[in-house]
Ligand binder design. Structure first.
Ligand code: PLP
Length: 405
């Protein structure tokens, strides 16, 4: 028998011929990564400050994470949720340790985590009003992003995301971020929940103020309305606290997480407070793949490294110095860069024009970053990024600002 011949086709050609055209991709084929660096198929190195859109929290191929996944892959990968496995229980315990008394459900993505919270809001509405289908109103914020599934997309008040997919899931009303009065005005007896990102990611790193989160917590308590936080992007240490809401000194009724949780292995989760966790009963929700031994091993390895390497404290102090350096660029180049927003390693650079040409120029200088809504560039280093790597990103941004001045 002859060995089947391997047809070597250019990756770009394969994409052109066979991959769905739902993404406008950069002309770059990545083949290898280590820490904050990635390499393309012709050997160029890049400083990866996209972290796979806030996913590769430990950088690429962290040795502890790789060894954990390799060991688990040889032991047990999947069993379904019909049975228990130790990693699932242990990861739930550790997430509860960060969030507070409550329970955890595992899924595979941020979108699924948001769907779970939206379903929780429906169950709360039934408990609150005594009937199904009446108390379903969920207040969301302008410019929010809650994923691409039907519930989350319907909760995402952005034409570019909803266009072509109507009719949407009913029941969402849009208030102004950081405007407590606008949330209060929309809240009525049929309101079951508010859903906000603690720091809006996709629309350009717009943080909720502490005052707003504290006020929202109080309003939700007074009106028996669930406070649901979407921390899919800003959670898991990205802002220098494990959950971004910790900085405001409040605790939501449920939180959605995903991106950084598996460090690159797909896993999502929702934590629900003790008070509301039992709204879900056997048969009311599920996921075939959610929380496999392998996915939970990856999540445990991420938490191990965050704790052992003291990454939360490092992200706080290194992040503050880095943001100060970026803010100096805004002072020096006000015609191009107006503000630097964010906390820790979740940073948005507000430009005065379309970020696309800046993103390209930075890539050509060896730095990968992501565009976001409203003329913003998102810079999302791995939580392990060193002061030298952060400084290098400032140098590259400086060079690009000079070149484009
Ligand atoms: C990325 C993101 C989602 C969607 O997560 P997926 O894993 O892509 O489904 C939801 N909410 C927020 C805030 C996100 O940043």
């Amino acid at each position: 028998m002859s060995t089947p011949s391997i047809v070597r086709t250019n990756t770009a050609d394969l994409y052109d011929a066979h991959v769905l055209k739902n993404y406008a991709r950069a002309p770059l084929t990545l083949v290898r990564g280590r820490g904050a660096q990635v390499w393309d198929d012709v050997g160029n190195a890049y400083l990866d400050f996209t972290s796979g859109i806030a996913v590769s929290a430990l950088g690429h191929c962290h040795p502890h994470w790789v060894a954990t996944i390799q060991r688990q892959a040889g032991e047990l990968i999947h069993t379904s949720n019909l049975y228990r496995n130790p990693n699932h229980g242990e990861l739930a315990r550790r997430l509860v340790g960060y969030a507070g008394p409550g329970r955890v459900f595992f899924c595979n993505s941020g979108g699924e985590a948001d769907e779970g919270m939206i379903k929780l809001s429906r169950l709360h509405g039934v408990a609150k009003s005594g009937v199904e289908g009446k108390c379903i109103k969920v207040l969301v914020a302008k410019n929010a992003f809650h994923g691409r599934m039907f519930g989350g997309m319907s909760a995402t008040p952005q034409e570019k995301i909803q266009k072509g997919f109507r009719p949407l899931v009913p029941g969402f009303a849009v208030a102004e971020l950081n405007n407590l009065q606008s949330f209060a005005d929309l809240m009525d007896d049929d309101t079951t929940a508010v859903l906000v990102e603690t720091i809006q990611g996709e629309s350009g790193i717009n943080p909720c103020t502490t005052e707003f989160l504290v006020g929202l917590r109080k309003l939700c308590d007074e009106r028996n309305v669930l406070m649901l936080l979407d921390e899919v992007q800003c959670g898991i240490g990205r802002t220098g606290t494990f959950y971004a809401f910790e900085a405001a000194g409040i605790r939501p009724d449920a939180v959605a997480m995903a991106k950084g949780l598996g460090g690159g292995f797909p896993i999502g989760a929702i934590w629900i407070s003790e008070r509301f966790a039992d709204l879900f009963q056997p048969g009311s929700h599920g996921s075939t793949f959610g929380g496999t031994p392998l996915a939970c091993a990856a999540g445990l390895a991420v938490l191990d490294v965050i704790e052992r390497e003291d990454l939360l404290a490092k992200v706080r102090t290194r992040g503050a110095a880095w943001i100060a350096a970026l803010q100096q660029l805004a002072v020096d180049f006000p015609q191009q860069l107006t503000t630097v927003r964010g906390r820790g390693y979740l940073v948005g650079l507000q430009l005065t024009s379309d970020p696309a040409s800046y993103v390209t120029a930075m890539r050509e200088q060896g730095l990968l970053v992501v565009a976001a809504g409203n003329n913003v560039i998102r810079v999302l280093p791995p939580l392990t990024a060193t002061p030298e790597e952060l400084a290098r990103s400032v140098e590259i941004l400086h060079a690009v600002l000079v070149a484009k001045a």
